[in-house]
Design a protein around this ligand. Sequence first.
Ligand SMILES: Nc1ncnc2c1ncn2[C@@H]1O[C@H](COP(=O)(O)OP(=O)(O)OP(=O)(O)O)[C@@H](O)[C@H]1O
Length: 274
Amino acid sequence: MSDCNHDCGSCSANCGSRTQEQTNFLEPLYRESSVKKVIGIVSGKGGVGKSMTTSLLAVAAMRKGLHTAILDGDVTGPSIPQAFGLHERLLGNAEGIIMPALTNFGIEVVSLNLMLEEETQPVIWRGPVVSDVVKQFWGKALWKDIDVMFVDMPPGTGEVPLTVFQSVPLDGIVVVATPQELVGMIVEKAVNMAKMMNIPVLGLIENMSYIKCPDCGKEIRVFGDSHIDEIAEKYQVPVLGKLPIDPKLTEACDNGLIENLENIYLDGVIDLLV
Ligand SMILES: Nc1ncnc2c1ncn2[C@@H]1O[C@H](COP(=O)(O)OP(=O)(O)OP(=O)(O)O)[C@@H](O)[C@H]1O
């Protein structure tokens, strides 16, 4: 590795220069939980549509008849409950195990926003506390017979997402980016981070790729030309989708109706992921 500091105790990469056994940071599941497949939704920075993509993928999986869950790991900016219109407070069982909330169509959700006294309360916690919360969402919740779980990962490639990468046994990740990010190195950093952790990159999704003129149907590339195919080729990963800026998506998210939306953009993707 080019940035190796030869301190294997502080690194999770399983590279050729490793001199110490790899430490296992994985958080165990609660004994009554079972999750067949765990997919992390990752972005190089915030606000690019990671939660939107997580929600759309979960809805698509649920519609395929899979028992689906969302672990909202974006602890400081949790937007999953809003997209599904969830507001009730989460309950714990006698052992203090979190019981996930159920959406109208049966997706199981755990999110910090369902635990706060006030949904508008800011979460101003330091990194280790944030990553600890995500670990607890994985290990201290009752995830019963889940076929596929989507983890809305904390944004970026810093300490918090790194700890989540190490604590939750991800089967793979999907990277979401806007066209601007695809010009820079942010996406490549996210892809490389996953590779260093030996986590397969299942594919890339370009969000806010274009806007369709409602009058003539022409696709306008507001943020410039797409570079997603070049990056996908460079890293040999598939492009799973290109989502336009669609006011119907914003409206559905804002009104908690994401499950009622016809999921035209990511419908076919589930067969490639699960
Ligand atoms: N393709 C799209 N068309 C229309 N609106 C979108 C689209 N993608 C995302 N949005 C809207 O943009 C906002 C940000 O999206 P989202 O919350 O999914 O981003 P995020 O990457 O999860 O951000 P953060 O990491 O800050 O939580 C939301 O209001 C969402 O409804």
